[in-house]
Design a protein around this ligand. Structure first.
Ligand SMILES: Nc1nc2c(ncn2[C@@H]2O[C@H](COP(=O)(O)OP(=O)(O)OP(=O)(O)O)[C@@H](O)[C@H]2O)c(=O)[nH]1
Ligand SMILES: [Mg+2]
Length: 289
């Protein structure tokens, strides 16, 4: 089941809520998600398993990085058996949502619509957003939800379980994601970095975990790099007196400790890597394909 929608509507927040754990990073900046991330929700009570595919927000590509992100969306739509179109109740329905709805329809996917962020609207506003969503795809069922508070999620998830085709479990019931651990940890570092930086900078940031060791039973040591594209960006990420990189490191370490359930020593280096977003071989190695 693909999660499709404009950047920033809350696809990754929904994924985390649906699988009950942190699988995808979330930020208030659009175009946070770069890879297709599979999140697995297994409900032993009803013996259903839904594999969600969180996708980059659908947008017009402007460099090799965003071209690959858009290509991944198209490929995943083709390979999926159902789609959940996620809308932002506050923003209302716009051309980007219509484009996404058309892409799902052209892929021949049965779709449901989630109108997200209803915690930010009064009842009348929610009603108007639901109406606009229905107009977008009259045959689809529409669900008001808040991925943040969990409101509306049980009804939506129960409906989605009836939409997917029957078959054997694809993942072990305990598995939450197909994402390699080093990649999730790198993403947690990137999340800490983009949450603290502004304007165009988040798009220029990538994080890479270079080394993970466990010198003691209760301690994990991580060496990681944060890449930016120019030395002025590096100055921003390091910050005056190193204050920014310190804050990023503290935030990243906290979320990595929660993930690993271990104490973590995190060593962060900021590197300038010119035009990494246009380096095709590098994007391959980063698993952005
Ligand atoms: N108030 C409120 N905010 C939400 C809700 N769901 C997501 N958000 C916020 O919306 C912003 C974007 O959320 P993401 O989950 O990163 O959105 P996305 O659709 O995955 O974005 P891209 O990966 O960039 O396409 C974040 O600041 C979230 O905290 C919600 O139900 N209510
Ligand atoms: Mg996302």
């Amino acid at each position: 089941m693909v999660l499709a929608g404009r950047p920033n509507v809350g696809k990754s927040t929904f994924l985390n809520a649906a699988v009950g754990g942190k699988v995808a990073i979330v930020s208030e900046k659009p175009q946070t998600t770069r890879r297709a991330i599979r999140g697995v929700r297994t409900d032993p009570r009803t013996e259903t398993q839904i594999v969600f595919v969180d996708l980059p927000g659908i947008q017009r590509p402007r460099d090799p990085l965003t071209e690959r992100m858009a290509g991944r969306v198209t490929a995943e739509l083709r390979g999926s058996d159902a789609g959940l179109l996620i809308l932002d109740a506050v923003q209302g329905v716009g051309p980007g949502d219509r484009f996404t709805a058309t892409a799902l329809a052209e892929a021949g996917l049965p779709i449901a619509i989630a109108v997200n962020k209803i915690d930010r609207l009064p009842k009348a506003g929610v009603a108007a957003a639901l109406l606009a969503a229905t107009a977008l795809s009259p045959d689809s069922e529409v669900f008001p939800i808040s991925a943040r508070t969990g409101e509306g999620l049980p009804a939506l998830l129960a409906h989605l379980a009836t939409v997917i085709p029957e078959g054997p479990y694809l993942y072990e019931p305990g598995e939450r994601s197909d994402q390699p651990q080093a990649l999730l940890l790198a993403e947690l570092i990137r999340e800490a970095a983009i949450r603290r930086t502004f304007s165009e900078l988040p798009h220029a940031v990538e994080a890479v975990v270079e080394d993970i060791t466990r010198p003691r039973e209760d301690l994990t040591r991580l060496a990681a790099s944060i890449w930016v594209e120019t030395s002025s960006q590096k100055r921003i990420v390091v910050g005056a007196g190193g204050r920014m990189i310190k804050a990023i490191g503290i935030a990243a370490r906290k979320s990595i400790e929660a993930e690993l359930e271990s104490r973590v020593h995190l060593e962060l280096t900021v590197r300038v890597r010119r035009a990494w977003r246009s380096d095709e071989a590098l994007l391959d190695r980063l698993g952005i394909e």
